[in-house]
Design a binder for this molecule. Structure first.
Ligand code: FEO
Ligand code: CA
Ligand code: CA
Length: 637
């Protein structure tokens, strides 16, 4: 069915439909039951307050909705189990030490699952197969939250954190590759797999590739070649490439650099990326390269997309500079009709932009040499919306338009290092914090999550609410999408709203959903998204605690009579953010990351608001990967 032809009734805030009117039965009595599951000592599941599926719902989704919660633990729709598979500190290698939170070291952390899990990629084993029972789990570790990681750390971050703590913070970020397998209905990790790997901010050597490799503005005292960077961090979302690698974003890099950049050659550039002397980590105290007054080029070596080959643990990860430098959320892959590779990526900050990269050459199946160069040679574009939602993709090419020496751009390297400034000069449309941009492989359209922008005054087609606290999901329409041939490389797209988030019962929210939305179905602050084999959207949220409930996972049809009828599937423990939803190819297992549990007011390592997932007085709360399956192992729907 053409997604263009679907025009469901929208439930707008302030209109009067009964949000429960599609419910044919009253919700069941509350039931909460925690089950301990067998398997590797890692399993736990929760079944929670669940509403029954409506028999006459226009949605194709059948799971009973989970209630809106704010509790110490997670809750999944009735009939499903949620197994905690990987926790911060879990050993990833046969020789890795057990997690000891009172005596943590950087050496231990380098061999253990990192902090703040985010993006998840499931890469089947063997490579190239469609296995849904054996694979490599590729997981980002976004940030280190010192107050929840170290005993005795006060609520406000202590600038006197010692060097070992700084090293642990570096080692806890980056990426994990670990082999996993489904056995007798339970997922297990294989600590002895040859594929297991930690890429970290501490000591992993990463190669700069593309137009910025070797550029004068990425050369440093430690690396006069401008080609070898130590580490990656702030790794938020990501994407899987068609050739079996993952591409991970470097997002909020401003936390990691200290020292005063004013008066250096990079003063304006660093200001544009939010890099100031006010620093979250104090790594600059122990490592001069993180001091911008000493090494102003070092931040130019971060803010890129990093490609990792999980099937080759000896491979050198690559920072693909042709995709631009900004606060990359993730990477959404699609093919143009001629098989050129297209990568969508958002810059997650208020009034920043959405981007699209198009490779010069087409992908050739089986030609690894050709395919691995696709991300080094191509054109980066930024989106400009008109008043009716039509998009023009503006190329960021040196020498064209305003991108000339007169404006301080002396080569393509300058354009890419200062992508934000280049995009603004071209007239890109400032957005409400672009998070993920993910092509839907079934509909051929592209979904953009815009998480919020309370600073917005002037509104436009894609950012239609001033003081936007709730966020929205916008749908980009490449030409040909309604004939099954979307041209993701076209220079002009159309677009339309999908959902304006918020609580539609609040007439001031401006929220818009399907008219049959239940009181559980609304959400705020959409962030990561994925699509199941039917093309339905599954999305996680970041910010629900601001509205008195925990973040979670919601799902909705994107076409047909159930379009934009979102339904609540999973909620996390208090203080957590849900990230990284990822299905196995058969749609029967759904992985997601529970990031920073207990990251709420007053919580510290010593006095957390929850000790999820272990609930052991000797253990702190631990960011963890959860895998959700239906109790009988059938499709998640
Ligand atoms: Fe790390 Fe944009 O969320
Ligand atoms: Ca995110
Ligand atoms: Ca976020």
């Amino acid at each position: 069915m053409s997604s263009n032809t679907v025009k469901p009734a929208l439930y707008k805030a302030g209109s009067t439909p009964d949000p429960e009117h599609s419910m044919t039965q009253a919700p069941k009595a509350t039931r909460r039951e925690t089950l301990k599951l067998a398997g590797a000592g890692l399993a736990a599941a929760s079944m929670a307050e669940a509403a029954p599926a409506a028999s006459n719902s226009p949605s194709t989704l059948t799971f009973p909705e989970v209630d809106r919660t704010l509790t110490d633990t997670h809750h999944v729709a009735e009939g499903f189990k949620a197994q905690v598979l990987l926790r911060w500190g879990d050993p990833l290698f046969g020789d890795a030490p057990a997690f000891d939170p009172l005596a943590q070291t950087a050496d231990a952390q380098k061999k253990q699952f990192g902090y703040d899990c985010d993006f998840i990629g499931f890469m089947p084993l063997p490579k190239g197969s469609r296995s849904s029972t054996s694979g490599l789990l590729c997981v980002n570790h976004e940030l280190a939250r010192s107050k929840l990681m170290f005993p005795g750390t006060p609520k406000q971050l202590d600038p006197n954190r010692n060097k070992e703590m700084a090293d642990i913070e570096m080692a806890s970020q980056g990426h994990t590759v670990i082999e996993v397998a489904l056995r007798d209905g339970t997922w297990e990790v294989n600590r002895n797999s040859k594929y297991n790997r930690r890429v970290s901010g501490f000591d992993t050597v990463i190669e700069l590739t593309g137009p910025v490799a070797g550029h004068a503005r990425v050369k440093t005292k430690d690396d006069p070649t401008g080609r070898k960077v130590i580490g990656t961090f702030a790794n938020c979302a990501g994407g899987e490439t068609p050739w079996g690698t993952v591409l991970i974003g470097e997002e909020n890099i401003e936390h990691h650099f200290g020292g005063d950049p004013r008066g250096t050659s990079e003063e304006a550039n660093h200001a544009a990326m939010g890099l100031t002397e006010n620093v979250y980590y104090n790594w600059n105290k122990y490592y001069p390269r993180f001091d911008m007054s000493v090494e102003p080029h070092e931040p130019n070596r971060f803010g890129w997309m990093v490609e990792i080959d999980p099937y080759d643990p000896t491979s050198t990860p690559k920072k693909r500079t042709a995709l631009g430098r900004f606060k990359h959320e993730g990477a959404g892959f699609a093919f143009a009709p001629d098989k050129r590779v297209v990568v969508y990526s958002g810059d997650d900050e208020v009034f920043q932009f959405i981007y699209r990269y198009v490779s010069r050459n087409p992908w050739k199946p089986g030609d690894d040499k050709n395919n691995r160069a696709l991300l080094d040679d191509g054109t980066l574009y930024v989106a400009q919306f008109d008043a009716k939602g039509a998009i023009t993709w503006l190329p960021l090419v040196w020498g064209e338009g305003a991108l000339t020496p007169a404006n301080g751009f002396n080569d393509q390297g300058d354009v890419l290092i200062e992508t934000r400034r280049a995009a603004k000069l071209l007239g890109a449309t400032p957005m409400d914090r672009p998070e993920e941009i993910v092509p839907n492989p079934v509909t051929g359209t592209v979904f953009v999550s815009l998480t919020k922008n309370s600073k917005r005054k002037d509104t436009d087609f894609a950012n239609p609410r001033a003081k936007n606290k709730f966020g929205q999901i916008h749908e980009l329409l490449p030409p040909g999408h309604d004939q099954g041939k979307p041209d993701h490389a076209a220079l002009r797209f159309q677009s339309r709203p999908f959902i304006l988030a918020g609580n539609p019962a609040d007439p001031d929210s401006g929220a818009q959903y399907h008219a049959d939305l239940s009181t559980r179905g609304w959400f705020t602050n959409p962030d990561n998204m994925t699509f199941d084999a039917q093309g339905r959207i599954w999305l996680s949220t970041d910010g629900g605690t601001d509205f008195g409930y925990a973040d979670g996972l919601w799902a909705a049809d994107v076409t047909g009579p159930g379009r934009a009828l979102s339904r609540a599937f999973f909620t996390g423990p208090r203080g957590s953010e849900l990230t990284g939803p990822c299905f196995t190819p058969n749609g029967a297992s759904l992985f997601c990351s529970v990031q920073h549990p207990a990251d709420d007011d007053g919580s510290t390592f010593d006095t957390p608001s929850t000790r999820w997932p272990d609930f052991d007085p000797a253990l702190p709360p631990r960011p963890s990967v959860v895998v959700i399956t239906r109790s009988d192992g059938s499709l998640i729907s």
